[in-house]
Design a protein around this ligand. Structure first.
Ligand code: NAD
Ligand code: DAU
Length: 353
């Protein structure tokens, strides 16, 4: 059987599969590879949402396990089932939360990766992909980081992810585990928890709430559609001889926060007066940019979604799926929002309005 067929018919373990990128990955695998078997393991933190996966519940070849990647016994039992492809999306992922409460980030994003790697060491797997992030390079003021650039993470989320990233590599170098590490740029698309920039601004604009722009609004990110990220991961699974390597994933699509706000307001026909400049994020990285040449040359992958199309379709998705995001903008969301954005105008409508 060739490698592509092995991927298409393989057994997948997707940790963190109830989150934004993980659930889009599961959706892609279920649609493209109907013969594959998929297990999702997820703790269902505030960011994990069973609604993201409800289309697959009870379907043949799919099962869901609620649990924590930091639980050695559970990871051991799970990996003993035998998986071809293990992809670790599970993480605490929001930079602002890592500033207020770093401990859970260190626990999940470092210790959780260790626990998972130990179970893979015991039971084996065809390949283990650690989903790292371009934030591990830190602020990139010029050019774009290649995979051999120094790691200079500047916030507790990025530093914890760098720990997990290098720990995964160490299990390749020391124990020969078939580990691949990916460092993707900022994803956007459907099913993203509305604390991140694009879904927060889209849903706030839909509710006629302020769009809180940190500082100048000139901070740049390389925005990639989540489906392009997912396709890159599949392309890596389908490629031989990449164990022990790091791959950047980016779309060469730099936009600053004000440009994103403008796209969203235009798409929804809302006024600029919704923009509110607020106190900056501490340690706010000015710019991230990755060079994905290595991935393109080794796998033939290219980003396929043009930003104009992707952002228009994404804003439309939030417009048409209020029933998905409205319940999320409640208890735990508002608790964090009011703490993080306490500098908003006193007149800013809160949860009760
Ligand atoms: P997300 O916050 O939407 O989802 C994270 C998922 O992990 C949730 O379902 C959550 O319940 C689960 N989880 C958290 N802690 C867990 C634990 N201890 N055990 C089991 N499950 C746990 O995040 P996302 O945006 O989908 O990111 C997925 C991965 O991709 C993360 O590793 C993140 O660091 C990485 N990443 C994200 C982006 C981005 O732009 N969103 C870019 C590059 C890399
Ligand atoms: O680069 C990859 C990373 O992208 C991932 O590893 C992280 O998991 C993901 O959360 C994301 O991190 P960022 O910090 O770049 O994303 P966020 O959506 O939080 O912020 C994007 C930019 O928008 C950043 O410059 C901060 C700014 N921002 C964000 C929010 C939530 C605002 O100006 N206002 C806001 O309310």
């Amino acid at each position: 059987m060739d490698r592509q067929a092995k991927v298409a018919t393989g057994r997948f373990l997707v940790t963190g599969g109830a989150g934004f990128i993980g659930s889009n990955f599961v959706r892609y695998v279920r649609e493209q590879f109907p013969a594959a078997q998929v297990t999702v393991l997820d703790k269902l933190t505030y960011a994990g949402n069973p609604a993201n996966l409800e289309a697959f519940a009870g379907t043949p070849g799919y099962d869901f396990v609620r649990g924590d990647i930091c639980d050695p016994q559970l990871m051991n039992e799970l990996l003993a089932r035998g998986y071809d492809w293990v992809l670790n999306f599970a993480a605490e992922t929001h930079v602002d939360r890592s500033i207020g409460d770093p401990g859970q980030f260190v626990h999940t994003d470092v210790y959780g990766v260790y626990t998972l790697l130990e179970a893979v060491k015991t039971h084996g797997a065809g390949r283990f992909i650690q989903i790292s992030t371009d934030e591990v390079y830190g602020e990139v003021l010029a050019d774009a980081s290649r995979e051999d650039a120094p790691l200079m993470p500047r916030n507790p989320y990025a530093a914890s992810k760098a720990g997990g990233d290098r720990l995964a590599y160490s299990y390749f170098a020391t124990f020969g585990l078939p580990v691949v590490i990916t460092r993707c740029s900022n994803n956007y698309g459907p099913y993203q928890y509305p604390e991140k920039l694009i879904p927060l601004f889209a849903t706030n604009a839909l509710e006629d709430r302020k769009l809180p722009v940190y500082g100048s609004g000139k901070n740049c990110r390389d925005w990639i559609h989540v489906n392009d990220h997912v396709r890159a991961l599949v392309a890596l699974l389908e490629t031989d001889g990449v164990e022990g390597e790091v791959f950047n994933i980016g779309a060469y699509n730099e936009k600053d926060v004000l440009q994103i706000a403008d796209r969203i307001l235009r798409a929804l026909d809302k006024p600029d007066s919704l923009i509110a400049h607020v106190v900056d994020r501490p340690g706010h990285d000015r710019r991230y940019a990755v060079d994905s040449t290595k991935l393109e040359q080794r796998t033939g992958w290219r980003p396929a979604v043009a930003f104009d199309d992707g952002i228009a379709e994404t804003v439309r998705w939030y417009q048409e799926n209020e029933a998905w995001w409205q319940p999320l903008k409640s208890g735990v969301f508002w608790e964090f929002y009011q703490k993080n954005y306490k500098f908003l105008d006193p007149g800013e409508p809160g949860p009760e309005s």
